[in-house]
Write a protein of this length. Structure first.
Length: 453
């Protein structure tokens, strides 16, 4: 099998799994990583973390590369990109400059280089903290620079030393870093979120702060994570560490007390939807058609690998659009945009809402529908428990008020839409049973629309 077959347009699951699991690709990629290491360091394992396949164009694979060096065993995020060698210049000069900066700052070790090319496979290997599109990532991993930056932004005490850990490494998209105090007395960690180059981080800071103010004033048990600082020169927001655990984990494990946290989250969402319209006017508008097209783009690999399921998704999207257009509408409100259990943290009698990077002016049914789809995801197969949780959330949110039944009906359409999105985004194509689980989730989305017809 070859790279050409992978991007032939006729590639199926065997071709993708060859790229991910085949002996020759694994040996070549591991060899490329090894070639970037300092003398005496060795790759001990490469653990696959994330796969994103764009049929006919690109396959992006994220690994944790475990390295033995200097008596330690450390993990480093590595992103491997399979492409068709179209325009493979890789900003050679900028890459070399960033590699040199990483070595100078001491954040490259145990690597001496951070990018390699495997020409026989048309594969690029990129090691954290390299990102030509977000070059500030290198300095934001330098403990010395971090200490000065945080002190200048009044987010950290002067003279504090930090250890830097990479939480999320998505070159060209976004990054999340964890800054832990290296002092003897433990202090709460800080998190840095890097936005895309064209993102307005100052506006994101104002939005997150306003949301925190809104929930503080609502009198409920929910709060929003308040940013500590906005560093425009680095396009980064700094947040404090959140105590507790995400609601998604409680739903997955069936932990007790989850109903009360769900209800608090629902009331917080209602408060956000009632926030002053003036905030919504400063945000981009998001509409149903935009979300439909986002699902269509995200599902391209399903259409290529499983045409029948892909056709079912297209049919579901067209039905959802027709149903939505026929339902009563209401004026746009402030929306969270990515309201899901992972962004609701529970701790000692209260819940904390996170991640306001996708806030927009739009239909409040979007947030309700996405959370209902997320509830289905985390309680898949739990039967009556899933129904009870859903009922508790909707009762606490109060769909009988404001938009009334129209909002609830539109939320059901959004729920189907996001179930189709989860089929595209959340089910790893390299896992056994991918095709069957994908088809089942798409059928559930279609069934939701059947119940509205």
């Amino acid at each position: 099998m070859t790279n050409r077959e992978l991007f032939s347009g006729r590639a199926g699951i065997p071709e993708v799994r060859w790229a991910l699991r085949g002996a020759a690709p694994k040996r070549a990629i591991r060899g490329a990583i090894q070639s970037l290491l300092e003398d005496g360091a060795a790759v001990s394992a490469c653990r696959l973390r994330r796969v994103k396949f764009k049929s006919g164009r690109k396959l992006t694979v994220t690994y944790d590369a475990w390295i033995r060096a200097r008596g330690a065993h450390v993990a480093r995020p590595v992103v491997v990109v399979w492409d068709r060698s179209e325009g493979v210049a890789h900003r050679e000069r900028q890459v070399r400059e960033l590699e040199a900066e990483a070595v100078f700052r001491g954040v490259a070790a145990p690597f001496r280089g951070l990018m390699a090319r495997v020409p026989e496979l048309n594969v690029s290997v990129q090691v954290s903290p390299l990102d030509p599109k977000l070059p500030q990532l290198v300095r934001l991993c330098d403990p010395g620079y971090v200490a000065a930056m945080l002190a200048a932004a009044s987010a950290g005490a002067p003279g504090t030393a930090y250890r830097v850990h990479t939480i999320r490494y998505r070159p060209g998209e976004r990054h999340v870093l964890r800054y832990e105090s290296a002092q003897t007395a433990p202090r709460r960690a800080l998190f840095a979120k890097l936005s895309k180059r064209d993102a307005d981080v100052s506006r994101a800071f104002r939005v997150a702060t306003h949301v925190a103010d809104c929930l503080d004033a609502s009198g409920g048990t929910a709060r929003a994570l308040r940013p500590l600082a906005c560093v425009e020169g680095d396009s980064v927001l700094v947040f404090p560490e959140v105590r507790g655990r995400p609601l998604s984990e409680a739903l997955r494990t069936g932990a007790g007390g989850v109903t009360g946290h769900l209800e608090a989250a629902a009331r917080a969402l209602r408060a956000l939807h009632s926030t002053p319209v003036r905030l919504g006017e400063t945000l981009a508008h998001r509409d149903f058609v935009t979300d439909v097209e986002a699902v269509r783009r995200a599902s391209e690999h399903i259409s290529a690998l499983r045409p029948r399921t892909g056709a079912r998704i297209d049919e579901t999207l067209e039905r959802a659009r027709a149903l939505y257009d026929g339902l009563p509408s209401e004026s746009p409100t402030f929306t969270h945009g990515d309201f899901k259990a992972e962004h609701v943290w529970a701790s000692s009698g209260h819940v904390m809402l996170l991640d306001f990077g996708t806030c927009a002016s739009g239909d409040p049914a979007l947030d309700v529908g996405k959370f209902l789809a997320d509830l289905h995801w985390w309680s898949w197969g739990s039967g009556q428990r899933s129904t009870r949780l859903r009922t508790a959330f909707l009762a606490a949110y109060g769909c009988s008020a404001d938009g009334g039944r129209g909002r609830l009906l539109r939320a059901a359409v959004y729920e189907a839409l996001f179930l189709a999105m989860f089929a595209a985004h959340r089910l790893p194509i390299h896992r056994p049973g991918w095709a069957e689980r994908t088809a089942a989730l798409v059928r559930r989305a279609a069934k939701g629309l059947d119940e509205l017809s």
